[in-house]
Design a protein around this ligand. Structure first.
Ligand code: CDP
Length: 246
């Protein structure tokens, strides 16, 4: 692991990777990348690389786990053994179980689960390369995989984090900021601005916390534009295909 930098923000207000304090890392995504999944997305965000796959809605077995009035959402966040500097031990860890739980809860308010009683919707988010912000990257990819699978949702969900370094709030932490910064606040938001995930590691004042929420919301809005554009690109292309009567 690299050492703690002396300064995170230079005299021009730029961060170690050249970004402004309110700028997110470059993000690109593609949907429909896995033929066996009902929906899928490959996302790159800075140096993070995440693959998300959605299966379902399909009947849940064993039947005793079924919910009579809605579908069950299962979410598995996983870091590949080779995704980090030190190898990750395969299998669930306390961290991945916690991230899977809060990420599932970030989708529960938007997925119209009542349309599929007795069913299950499985969401898999595989981190192939990790570089800070993987839980938020996974949520952004999972949302696109759900949309690609045609799962009815009230709207999209997007996620990013705000942190604090050199006494200043910064949007979308890079690795040194995540490792050595004073705070890390990942958040997810719906298209209506409803917050479906907030976690906090570190210390900020109540005033800074309010500012962090506003900064995160702005980051999520930018990500949502990329998500919408990705969907428009795929589905307008489909509109262009002529459907024959044969
Ligand atoms: O990835 P995220 O920021 O959501 O979660 P984190 O627990 O704050 O981890 C921050 C970063 O530390 C990850 O993105 C990885 O780059 C790294 N990490 C690691 O190298 N080994 C782990 N077991 C967990 C995280």
């Amino acid at each position: 692991m690299s050492d703690k930098p002396e300064k995170f923000i230079d005299e021009n207000g730029l961060r170690l990777d050249g970004r402004r304090v309110d700028e997110i890392r470059p993000m690109k995504m593609e949907i429909g990348v896995l033929s066996r999944a009902d929906g899928s997305c490959y996302l790159e965000w800075g140096k993070n690389k995440v693959l998300a796959a959605v299966y379902g809605p399909r009947e849940l077995h064993p039947r005793r786990l079924q919910k009579a009035d809605s579908a069950l959402i299962r979410y598995r966040y996983n870091m590949a053994a080779f995704s980090v500097e030190d190898r990750i031990r395969p299998g669930p860890s306390r961290r991945s179980i916690e991230i899977s739980k809060v990420s599932r809860e970030a989708f529960e308010p938007v997925v119209l689960t009542h349309l599929y009683p007795g069913a299950v919707i499985d969401v898999f988010a595989e981190v192939l390369q990790a570089d800070a912000g993987t839980r938020t990257a996974a949520i952004n990819a999972a949302c696109m995989a759900l949309a690609d699978a045609g799962i009815p949702m009230k709207g999209l969900v997007s996620a990013c984090a705000v942190g604090k370094v050199d006494g200043q709030l910064v949007l979308d932490l890079n690795k040194p900021e995540d490792n050595y910064g004073d705070a890390d606040i990942p958040m997810a938001m719906t298209s209506d601005g409803e917050i479906t995930l907030v976690q906090m590691d570190g210390d900020v004042t109540p005033e800074e916390f309010k500012q962090a929420i506003e900064m995160c919301k702005e980051g999520c809005r930018q990500i949502m534009e990329i998500q919408k554009e990705t969907l428009r690109n795929k589905f307008t292309k489909l509109d262009d295909v002529e459907i024959s009567d044969d």
